[in-house]
Design a protein around this ligand. Structure first.
Ligand SMILES: [Zn+2]
Length: 85
């Protein structure tokens, strides 16, 4: 059996099928709730979360960089003080 035409990851669930079992289930969900509703959930839950994760990572990097910068500044000050003494 070939690869699923939709996800291109799983194997088709039968010889006469183009989709895997998971994508068949997704198809049924889309028919049950409408493509717009499913798309809305995917965009709001998965895609927004990914963007939020990126934002969180950026914030973490910023904090890390400012902490390092202040540590470097402190080290430099200490060196300057030692050279004066
Ligand atoms: Zn699939």
């Amino acid at each position: 059996m070939g690869k699923c035409c939709f996800c291109e990851v799983e194997t088709c669930d039968s010889w006469h099928s183009y989709y895997c079992a998971k994508c068949h289930k997704l198809k049924r969900v889309i028919h049950l709730f409408s493509i717009d509703k499913v798309m809305n959930i995917v965009e709001n839950v998965l895609i927004v979360n990914e963007e939020q994760q990126e934002e969180n990572m950026k914030e973490e990097l910023k904090t890390e960089l400012t902490t390092r910068a202040s540590t470097i500044r402190k080290c430099k000050k200490n060196k300057e003080l030692k050279s004066i003494e």
